[in-house]
Design a protein around this ligand. Structure first.
Ligand code: FMN
Length: 297
């Protein structure tokens, strides 16, 4: 059973229209993009200009990564992208479209590909869907985020069961050995998992060679405070793995102070989605300035 995912509504439409205006992205770059040497950070062998990224669900169709990157992000995720185009519950134009976009416009920002299976693909065929996205995108992106935690698609969400997860991810790890360049693989989990479910996933990640965790996606429990829930998960993962598994902290970050708290809780990198769509590029600049100031104090 899948529910229709909410949309960022009018703000998202506005953002997309603005990104399509010629010279708008140039304007954003001039006013917002700055270098912060104090914020440069190496994670999983990638040198990030700063730890603040854009999370999945905003540049779904891989169309604005460079323009959005001009806001000053340290990395930009596109997707979730699925092998075939789909309307529901995570609408996207499919993998072919994403590959064409990346061929047409080389990224000038660190790019994460958020990959997922089509909602209609059976459990048994799920690994093939992820494999297809992984293989086709490998030469174009810097890292992968394996989305197995969409609260709007039960057939995606159930892949958090470690047996199913390992069937998906072992195949990706196996394929990676045939490529010359190393692309880190992060698994994006739900904040609703119990500690014992998280322990199983962490145990699998540490054994298998998964590079990191995105903690976390949206919650199924819409009444809870997402920031509090997700930062608690970041703390838990950091403690359980003794800091050995890089974490991308995500969920409910609305202010520069919250971004800092997420990093202090154990995240190596952080992502914003909703707050970027509603508040725009000024939030990126404010956050980076704040983190820069804090690093000197
Ligand atoms: C409208 C919307 C669409 C989203 N689409 C995706 C998606 O396609 N893939 C994914 O991994 N996460 C998706 N997410 C989850 C975000 O990437 C992020 O994990 C979550 O919104 C929490 O961060 P935030 O509070 O900064 O928005 C979506 C979230 C929203 C609100």
């Amino acid at each position: 059973m899948s529910k229709r995912r909410p949309s960022y509504n009018k703000y998202h439409v506005l953002l997309k229209s603005m990104m399509s205006i010629p010279f708008f992205a140039m304007f954003i770059k001039l006013f917002f993009k700055r270098k912060y040497p104090s914020l440069v950070k190496e994670v999983c062998g990638i040198e990030f200009p700063n730890p603040l990224g854009l999370g999945g669900g905003v540049d779904v169709d891989c169309e604005f990564y460079n323009k959005i990157g001009n806001a000053g992000f340290g990395f930009v995720e596109f997707g979730s992208v699925t092998p075939l185009p789909q309307e529901d519950p995570m609408p996207n134009k499919g993998i072919r479209h994403a590959v064409e976009r990346l061929r047409d416009e080389a990224p000038n920002v660190i790019i994460g590909a958020n990959i997922c299976k089509n909602a209609k693909t059976s459990k048994e065929n799920a690994p093939k869907d992820y494999e297809k996205c992984f293989a086709l995108l490998y030469d174009f992106v810097d890292m992968f985020i394996v989305n197995i935690s969409s609260p709007y698609s039960e057939s995606v969400y159930e892949l958090q069961d470690v047996e199913l997860l390992s069937e998906v991810v072992d195949r990706l790890l196996g394929m990676r050995m045939y490529f010359d360049l190393y692309r880190p693989i992060f698994v994006k989990i739900s904040p609703d998992l119990t500690h014992s479910q998280v322990d199983e996933i962490l145990d699998y990640c540490m054994r298998s060679g998964i590079d990191g965790i995105v903690a976390c996606n949206l919650s199924k429990d819409t009444g809870s405070d997402l920031f509090e829930k997700n930062i608690a998960m970041v703390r838990y993962i950091k403690e359980k793995t003794k800091g050995l598994l890089p974490i991308i902290g995500s969920g409910g970050i609305r202010t520069p102070e919250q971004a800092k708290q997420m990093l202090d809780a154990g995240a190596s990198l952080v992502e914003i989605c909703t707050a970027f769509v509603t508040k725009g590029p000024s939030l990126v600049r404010k956050t980076l300035k704040y983190l820069d100031n804090q690093s000197h104090s």
